[in-house]
Design a protein around this ligand. Structure first.
Ligand code: NI
Length: 160
């Protein structure tokens, strides 16, 4: 396993649309392991492949407090969304920044795991937010493009 370099906003690769994974082989499994390791090392709750320069439709998420519930999504498809939630969001590719983003509060996603087994997952709250945020990365979209208000410094006091 290895830590990969996280691409930062301004890198054109973050604006590209990713390609589906044709086959889940050992190389893809190695990539997924590296993505999880890189995400945990950066204290993130999610990481998408383009953030480490790989234009494939893969993201990983762990929204648990202990950081022991890794979830892997290969070729994810958003099946359904409903409800709304408004809250602050951040991104490992936009360090030190945050902004308020309104998104659906619930999502059903269908994807493949590292064994190329298809699964369906319903997420709500933070998990739904993370799934939709990471899925946007696969389509070259960053949260700052859909933010409700200004992009703020994480250290700055919040304007209510
Ligand atoms: Ni992000």
């Amino acid at each position: 396993m290895a830590l990969r370099e996280i691409r930062i906003e301004g890198d054109p690769i973050l604006k590209k649309v990713c390609k589906p994974v044709a086959e889940v082989n050992d190389r893809i499994r190695e990539l997924v392991k590296d993505m999880l390791e890189t995400m945990y090392d950066a204290n993130g709750v999610g990481l998408a492949a383009p953030q480490i320069g790989i234009l494939k439709r893969i993201f990983v998420i762990d929204v648990s407090e202990e950081g022991n519930e890794p979830r892997v999504f290969i070729n994810p498809e958003i099946v359904k969304t409903w409800g709304t939630q408004t809250g602050d969001e951040g991104c490992l590719s936009i360090p030190g920044k945050t902004a308020t983003v309104t998104r659906p509060s619930n999502v059903i996603v269908r994807a493949y795991d590292e064994e190329m087994k298809q699964f369906e997952l319903e997420g709500e709250g933070l998990l739904a937010r993370a799934i939709l945020h990471e899925n946007d990365h696969l389509n070259g979209r960053l949260y700052i493009e859909i933010a409700d208000g200004p992009i703020r410094d994480l250290s700055a006091p919040r304007n209510e």
